[in-house]
Design a protein around this ligand. Sequence first.
Ligand code: IVH
Length: 695
Amino acid sequence: MEYNMNKDQAGIRIDKLKKLINHHRYLYHALDRQEISSEALDSLKKELFDLEQQFPEFISPDSPTQRVEGKPLEKFSKVKHLKPMISLNDAFSREDMEDWAIRISKLLRPEEISKMDFFCEPKLDGLAIELIYRSGILETGSTRGDGLLGEDITQNLKTIEAIPLKLRDLAEVLNDLKKDGLLETAKRFSEEGKIDIAVRGEVIITKSDFEKINSGQERLGLPLYANPRNLAAGSLRQLDPKIAASRHLDSSLYEIVNDVGQKNHQEEHRILHILGFKTNNKYSRFCQNLEEIFAYQNHWQKDRQKIPYEIDGIVARVDNNDLFRKLGVAGKAPRGAIAYKFPLKQATTVVEDIKFQVGRTGAITPVASLRMVNVGGTAVAHATLHNEDEIKRLGLKIGDTVIVGRAGDVIPQVVAVLHDLRNEGARDFIMPKVCPSCGTILVKPEGEVAWRCPNTDCFSRRERYFAYFVSKNAFDIVGLGPKVLEQLLDQGLISDPADLFDLKEGDLVPLERFAERKAGKIVEAIQSKRKVLLPKFIFALGIRNVGEQTSIDLAKIFGNMDNLKKASFNDLQKINDVGPVVAKSIRDFFQNENNLKFLEKLEKSGVKIILPKAERSSQKLAGLAFVFTGEMLSLSRNEAKERVRNEGGEVSEAVSKNTSFVVVGANPGASKMAKAGKLGVKVITEEEFLRMVKN
Ligand code: IVH
């Protein structure tokens, strides 16, 4: 990505980025401490890398892009690596990968480019290690350390069963090498009469063991591990091997350091396997070109839960070792290999402005306008800041660099402000005193965090309510997007949603860009939704604090609108999850004259409330409450909820002691998982869930 900066600005920015990255790298690698997510750190590294590419005059030997991370811990004796143990550059997009291909192609001859292919494998999230075997016996095992000197953690590594203390017998190895056509390597080993080898790979832990260990930490009130790398590091960089032994650590190897006659990377993997190491061969693929690499990366991005270990992307490496060596090293990374990461659920960017949105209930929400950034695979230009207090808590100014995060399909949020990167031009935000839409003076009701526009006729509020009224969980009318609604409101054709049902094709045709067909279609779509299920009708009213599940519960208990209108404060509170606040909102709604008139008007305009089918397919899940977190593979969140309800079960958004099951998909929310752990709520996978709802 190209930045719109002059040289001076770039110099200042690069300087600040370097300092901040170095600080966090030190915390992470030397002290095993983490203050910002590794994703946010990767995002900063990427900005620095891109800026340095744009302004190469600022590349200096002390830049984090040039040096291998980490410092060895004092308490371990040091091991000098045979060759520097370096790292990899990251790519986050096809464009980054194309840039990489161009960079390396410039260094090769045409005939070399034409025979260049790639070996691709998953990038494991673990701790890098080097193992040295002499005469087939494990002699030393070490961490990366500063890349030149590692920490000797042999005793700890010896507790890991996947790491052979002794390689397979020479005769067996020679036999298998020959069978696999690895003749050069067989020849070398047989001439030597023994196997001396230095290999590298990753210490990893399965996702399920990782979760188990974190649940244990939680029970003991100990801090949780942020990721498998941290856990592996925390276990291996301990003087007492008993700790490592208790952790079910695993390993997977991907590199042979010394020359044992291997011609390409693929052969390295095969040799490692024959020697008795665990590798990730079965997940790897040989790719001829970038398109195949994209397909491979895409495949694992979708299917990453099929690998029992956490992976954060793939590694693509020029397969041929002669070419790989020729490409050499730039800074801290070989030119011939790259880590093509999965989209980050967190990324860093700049807040260019703060705007204010008026919600359906009048609540004013500050929204950050962002320099466009890719978060979790989608371009993001806005993030919610929730309310004024939140901005104060974050200490955010306009112009600041922030960490933006998103989990699943929720709205992107500003997670933290990187104050160290603040520019001189940063300015304070000012909460408006009047509604940005209608100019009414804002109020802040006691005990609430949000400023509100009290004007029920406020244009923005009405527009929002219309959008809510036609949304999927309410009347579900398609074709009435914000643009259409705005025009209809502007022209005075509608003032409340009941008016929608009186619209005629002829009303719409004169409007701008309403070609006849579109007008007819919209009217048809509205008319087809005249009949509405009671729970959807209740939801559509937009009663404060009444969401989808509460609407369903109210419909089930009261059976019709008359009963609901008459329900007392106490009646209401008998319902699951309805406390005094929700009960009061409902009472207030039905005591308001305007609302009652609106209900009458809806009835007059032909809206018919129908009841959900009394006989459900079965009531298998009656009495059970489900919470969903993360993305599921085989069905959408809404379909999953529907299934639960069809079987008589309930769905709620938050984990509580009443939750029966938390269903986890890919990338689950940390807080829901932690809460489930704390309350001892059973956590099940998508497959287990599907088995429960299957007939
Ligand atoms: S190849 C010259 N392959 O990711 C470095 N690295 O971010 C060769 N990693 O330093 C590394 N899985 O610790 C390679 N399949 C894989 C990997 C892998 C994880 C680690 C490794 C590397 C770091 C770079």
